[in-house]
Design a protein around this ligand. Sequence first.
Ligand code: OXD
Ligand code: MN
Length: 601
Amino acid sequence: MKNLAPAIFPPKGIGDAKPANKAVLDWVQDIATLTQPENIFWCDGSEREHEFLIAESLNQNVLIELNRKKVPRSYLHRSNPNDVARVEQFTFVCTPTKQEAGPTNNWSEPGETYAKLRGLLAGAMRGRTMFVIPYMMGPADSPLSKVGFEITDSKYVVLSLRIMTRLGEIAVKRLGNDPEAEWNRGVHSLLDINPERRFICHFPQDNTIISVGSGYGGNVLLSKKCLALRIGSYLARAQGWMAEHMLILGVESPEGRKHYVAAAFPSACGKTNFAMLIPPARFKGWKVTTIGDDIAWMRIRDGRLYAVNPENGYFGVVPGTSHKSNPNAMRSIAHDTIYTNVALTDDGDVWWEGKDAEPPAHAIDWLGNDWTPQSREKAAHPNSRFTTPMRNNPALDCDVEKGDGVPISAIIFGGRRSDTVPLIYQAFDWNHGVYLGATMASETTAAAAGAVGRVRRDPMAMLPFCGYNIGDYFQHWLDVGKRLTNPPLIFNVNWFRKGADAKFLWPGFGENMRVLKWIIDRCEGSGGALKSPIGWLPSPHDLDLAELDIDHNAVDELLGLDHEEWQKEIAAHKEFFDSLGGVVPEELQKQREQLAARFEP
Ligand code: OXD
Ligand code: MN
């Protein structure tokens, strides 16, 4: 099997960065005794180590080198075809009681689960190298930053984590020698990449993650969904901060006034595109900069929310990325990037559906088969990914390493909805905003295994990522609101509304700046709005639509409320809350009743 590479034996000075913390050493010893690797490779993230691992990965066909002139220092990885997305059905939150995991998580009893996983891991690294990776999430000097160690038998994981996290010495130093210090224990083994032995298990009380049987990023880069969101959200509630599935961007006006905005959209709904938005010509002098494209850790300071991006790179969806949709992403992935499951052209470049220019006359598809434009299959998998350092992003915000974080003026929720939900509206206040987040829904995408295009409720875009009871999570949001004297305003957007002809009504991408501008106007107290039953809605005149080729009727439709659709929507909110079995806080039930009452004549 192509991913299951044999052990590697590095020369002296590589793979020997053993940390001193006794708790780490004891844990590594325990896992090594269990998995019986051929050798242990202690990672430090250095350039020499990187070169060595790249050379070994090329030798063992874990990576294919791309054309050095076209995409310097970049590689293609093909995953096992049975292993191309997050697997929510095999993802577990293992709290002592089922009630703590709540109605939206798969729960399994911690003792039994440890025993099952230890059984699967017994001897699993025989003949392979066990890598020990120290990493840090968050800027070097941030009070929010966390240390994790990931043990893995996959070089792809090591190379990807070097992009996605702050890896090596910085983490070891931050942890120090205190055996009682807080750090996350992550164990990953590919096993034999068999969906029947694929489990992604979280033990929030032990700050521990064990992931087996997969090589797909979202399941195995334990820093990301597992630590920064599932374990992170659990720690955040216990410690009084927030871990959210949100991009963070900066918007600066031509006069130099700057705001930061955080936005929660479900997986593969355009967070990376929005975080890297380039304003259209109409907005000359406006600048949008990126703090993060997927995860925000936020804490309260002086009555405001301040956010950091815990990550150091982007793990983004490739198909659809083009100079038209996201020029900053295209520049980011033009070098030093690992691609997974895209097509390989005959001249060693990468290709995917939705890339600029004509498709190549011939390519090798993500499965390794010949492909031509006449082929029925897609050349790149719909959930093919890039892994690229955030430093590559030309729009990276200058405060991305600021340990205190950036102050958040607005929070935006948004899903992929063909109907019902207007382009943009604003919550009346924080608690109403929490209701908007809690009832968010979106049509499913290829980021998770399963049917695509089905509307599902995805509260705060955290359905697959909240590491504890969703009712307690809603309450945590309400409690945070009580501590904020200067809370962010909360908005809901929907870039995906369709007209009767089933075509998108809104052009999206850079033109989303027009919506962002209204949000900023509202934050500054200058934007106009009409009070509607669902919140503050802009009239067409409140949005700057100059120089935009859009029909008046389309704008009316985008901003319109169809009462019948909203009756169904409110009924769906109730159905969703009911399905959670009594955990929804009273305040949110009240919000729903008030919403329903506002629709009454
Ligand atoms: C992601 C996801 O990969 O949300 O970011 O699935
Ligand atoms: Mn995500």
